[in-house]
Design a protein around this ligand. Sequence first.
Ligand SMILES: Nc1ncnc2c1ncn2[C@@H]1O[C@H](COP(=O)(O)OP(=O)(O)OP(=O)(O)O)[C@@H](O)[C@H]1O
Length: 254
Amino acid sequence: MLDIRNLTKQYGGLTAVDHVSTVFERGAINAIIGPNGAGKTTFFNLVAGAAAPTSGEIRFEGKNIAGMAPDAIARAGIARTFQTTMLFEESTVLDNLIVGHRLRTGSRLWDVLLHTPRHKRDEAACRDKAAEMLDFVGLSAIGNHMIADTSQEQRKRIAFALALATEPKLVLLDEPAGGVNPGETDGLVALIHKMVEHDITVCLIEHKMDMIMSIADRIVVLDHGAKIADGSPGEVRNDPAVIEAYLGAEHAQA
Ligand SMILES: Nc1ncnc2c1ncn2[C@@H]1O[C@H](COP(=O)(O)OP(=O)(O)OP(=O)(O)O)[C@@H](O)[C@H]1O
């Protein structure tokens, strides 16, 4: 589904992503791991169009999307979440989802100002989609709550809902369980499995090693921008280069 070839991003003299090649299969849960500064976020930015590669190809369903604008990549079927999602604190959960979805639909300014039939149709469609996504992520009961009153775990679910509203084929999740407790992490893991059941391919960045090892089908390990390992959790866990670069560092801290 996603075929990355020799992907490279340089910032001045620094190579943030260094000739990375890998393939993400449809229906799999893929993970990108690596120590701080390894290039994980930059990799996501390149795939989502937030940054243009210095060189290399990103083939999504056969088409090279490298360097395309984020909205064109979103339309092609790739959505992402961020480590922290900017939400309107004094609005309800449902309104945040409606606004988030409206930003991605076709109404132009004059449609909104003149209340054209197109705008009314879009408005109804956004409301329906927001309610559907809220249900999907298990938050229907808190649709009328203010964002300011929601927990970190609920915000993660809202971020998922915003991404899923664009009906992606591939979703990039940036630290989906960051800042939530172990019990809540289990619930988010179940939700990620539910996405896969609905034919959404997942790629995630996560620092929680236990979660990665239990959820991922494939793990790509980056270190100083370069891919140092690529395989199943078992393969990666036993790879000396990974132990040296990443797991070793974790153990040293423990
Ligand atoms: N816009 C930028 N301009 C200059 N350097 C950048 C930019 N974005 C990232 N970098 C550098 O590229 C390298 C990779 O950073 P990146 O954020 O992709 O790593 P990461 O693996 O996501 O790290 P973390 O786990 O800490 O989030 C770092 O050395 C970082 O300082």
